[in-house]
Design a protein around this ligand. Structure first.
Ligand SMILES: [Zn+2]
Length: 75
């Protein structure tokens, strides 16, 4: 019976030690920088997906991957 108590104490000590270790590891790990959600658009000419700020907006309201493709569509 004495050994059972000793075993229980050891198990509890191990669990506390393990959770403390996990807590430390959690603090070490830096959260990923919150990237701004970028809206992706696809070029209607070639189908390329690119972030909207990088796209070229045509007069038709569509987003193109490049000025060449915009002109190709006459936008
Ligand atoms: Zn394109």
């Amino acid at each position: 019976m004495k050994y059972l108590v000793l075993l229980a104490v050891l198990v509890i000590a191990y669990m506390v030690w393990r959770s403390a270790r996990l807590e430390n590891r959690k603090q070490d790990r830096r959260p990923p920088p919150p990237g701004l959600p970028q809206e992706m658009v696809s070029c209607p000419v070639c189908g390329l997906h690119l972030p909207q700020p990088d796209a070229v907006k045509g007069s038709d309201g569509l987003f193109y991957c490049s000025n060449e493709h915009r002109l190709l569509r006459g936008g």
